[in-house]
Design a protein around this ligand. Structure first.
Ligand code: G3P
Length: 230
């Protein structure tokens, strides 16, 4: 499963990319607006920090302008994935950009019918928004299972299911159980995934007992004298 980070905050991206666990980044107009920074230069900087796919979204709604914007965004860096909304014009633009070899992430997906069209249009990624479906009392993860199962019927589909609008670690676990290809995580969700009070408690106990031995791994002499197992 690939982990993308869902933010345009350079400091957050740099911090989490340093773990080696980050395979890409997704942004959208709201996340860009939140930074208060210039869109193009921010995306360019992100592409230099994370070598994997970096999603940058068009803001036009008509095909002709979407295409121009998408072609301009694709020129920023080779790892740009142009993001288009799942509309008629977004699908038309996706088909044209993907035919030209550009990575496309089709976003704002809320149904299996939409996801089938995105695959038909040659999308590299489809982004179903699970959190926003949950918000309206619809089980977003059931949509993920539906799309994964449908795509499996057509091996020629190259579209990867990119679970978006993730609100917590349980969305990630459920997505992994279903075989989703990618999850895009708000920074805090990735941190929530590794944080566990029992891990902290166990580590404190190990280190307390180790301290009593008075030994130090790096401080040991080079005589090869065995250190007691931890
Ligand atoms: O990638 C889409 C994501 O940014 C939307 O998240 O929580 O606003 O539904 P949310």
């Amino acid at each position: 499963m690939k982990f993308f980070i869902d933010t345009a905050d350079i400091n957050e991206i740099r911090d989490l990319a340093s773990t080696g666990l980050v395979d890409g980044v997704t942004t959208n107009p709201s996340l860009i607006a939140k930074t208060g920074r210039d869109f193009i230069s921010t995306v360019r900087e992100i592409c230099q920090i994370v070598p994997g796919p970096v999603s940058a979204e068009v803001t036009a709604t008509d095909h002709a302008t979407m295409l121009k914007e998408g072609q301009k965004l694709a020129r920023i860096a080779k790892n740009i994935a142009v993001k288009v909304p799942l509309t008629r014009d977004g699908l038309k633009t996706c088909k044209r950009l993907s035919d030209d070899g550009t990575m496309v992430n089709v976003t704002l997906c809320f149904s299996a019918a939409q996801a089938i069209l995105a695959a038909k249009a040659g999308a590299s990624f489809i982004s179903p928004f699970v959190g926003r479906l949950d918000d309206v009392a619809t089980d977003g993860m059931l949509l993920i299972k539906d799309i994964v199962d449908i795509y499996k019927q057509y091996p020629r589909f190259k579209t990867e299911v990119l679970v978006a609008s993730v609100r917590g670690p349980l969305h990630v676990v459920a997505a992994a159980r279903m075989g989703a290809h990618v999850v895009t995580l708000p920074p805090n969700v990735l941190r929530q995934m590794y944080a566990h009070p029992l891990t902290d408690k166990g580590l404190a106990s190990f280190l307390e007992d180790w301290k009593k031995t008075g030994q130090s791994i790096l401080g040991a002499d080079d005589s090869g004298k065995k250190q007691a197992a931890e």
